[in-house]
Write a protein that binds this ligand. Structure first.
Ligand SMILES: [Zn+2]
Length: 303
């Protein structure tokens, strides 16, 4: 079945048309109208209509992935980079298009995409863990998204770092308002901060891994420390969800050797004789948000 997926971001709205095997057959990006809700809604509607026209099908399954959440009870959206917070985005889009367009959080879309036909394929319980400018995750269970009270993804970036692991580091206030969240150390800017704490020089993650490859022991020590803290987060994920597979995405996951490093870090803190989940790199990269949104729309159409 042909389908369409839209990846909403703070700078662009990307529409992808997929064939039955979920390969991208057409793609169109427009700048995100960030001025107000009405212009944003017009841009989003235009992208849905473009997909319908390309497919020649006004009933094409189309889904939308967004960096935020939609309250399942009220339809109210919450997102930090697009002008939709407090508005009934699904309701307004349905009115504009005269049909429903299912929406989901982009981390959930990532997890669904990788679980269906990516690095998590063949595994029943798949966590998609995105490590980029923030830390977020989604959970696909038997190829579907479990119901969640707030319609949120797994907000594990905002769980607290364990005290024993950071007793020599200052606690940082997170963008969410809480203090000592995993995100403050594990996301890209957090890793850079950690290098500043350890070496007196805030080094961007890409430079850190380049230095490590060149044999720099100080850079290696920073990545070891970062990985041991990431291992604590992976343990928390395992204890709470016991997934078969954890798929990594986001800019920080592009550091060479990341899966081996994080598998070793989880192994070092594993509880008793628990088996370790497979830790793998995402296969669909930049298309995951739109792919997962399309899959979500297809599954909603079957219900
Ligand atoms: Zn936080």
């Amino acid at each position: 079945m042909t389908s369409g997926g839209i990846d909403l971001g703070g700078t662009k709205i990307e529409a992808r048309l997929f064939d039955a095997a979920l390969n991208t057959v057409d793609l169109r990006r427009i700048p995100t109208p960030t001025g107000d809700f009405d212009s944003f809604l017009a841009g989003l509607s235009e992208q849905v209509r473009w997909l319908e026209e390309q497919a020649g099908d006004a009933a094409l399954p189309v889904g939308v992935g967004l960096p935020g959440l939609i309250d399942p009870q009220t339809g109210r959206a919450f997102a930090s980079n697009i002008p939709v917070t407090g508005r009934d985005l699904p309701g307004a889009l349905a009115q504009a298009l005269e049909r429903e367009v299912p929406m989901l959080n982009d981390c959930q879309a990532f997890a669904l995409s990788e679980a269906h036909s990516g690095a998590g394929a063949g595994h029943g319980s798949v966590i998609g863990l995105i490590m980029g400018t923030g830390i977020g995750a989604g959970h696909a269970l038997d190829g579907a998204l479990p119901h969640r009270l707030n319609g949120s993804a797994l907000e594990i970036g905002h769980m607290g770092l364990p005290a024993h692991a950071v007793d020599d580091l200052p606690l940082r206030r997170c963008g969410c308002g809480k203090i000592g969240c995993y995100e403050t150390v594990l996301a890209g800017p957090g890793l850079q901060w950690l290098s500043g704490q350890m070496l007196g020089e805030a080094i961007p993650p890409a430079n850190l891994s380049a230095r490590t490859l060149a044999g720099d022991a100080q850079a290696e020590a920073v990545l070891d420390r970062w990985a041991s803290l990431a291992g604590e987060l992976l343990l928390a994920i395992q204890l709470a969800h016991d997934p078969d597979c954890i798929v990594l995405g986001g800019g920080v996951s592009k550091m060479p050797g990341i899966t081996e490093r994080l598998t070793a870090a989880l192994d070092a803190v594993r509880l008793g004789a628990m088996r370790l989940p497979v830790i793998a790199l995402a296969q669909h990269g930049d298309s995951s948000g739109a792919r997962g949104a399309a899959l979500h729309a297809i599954s909603k159409g079957r219900q």
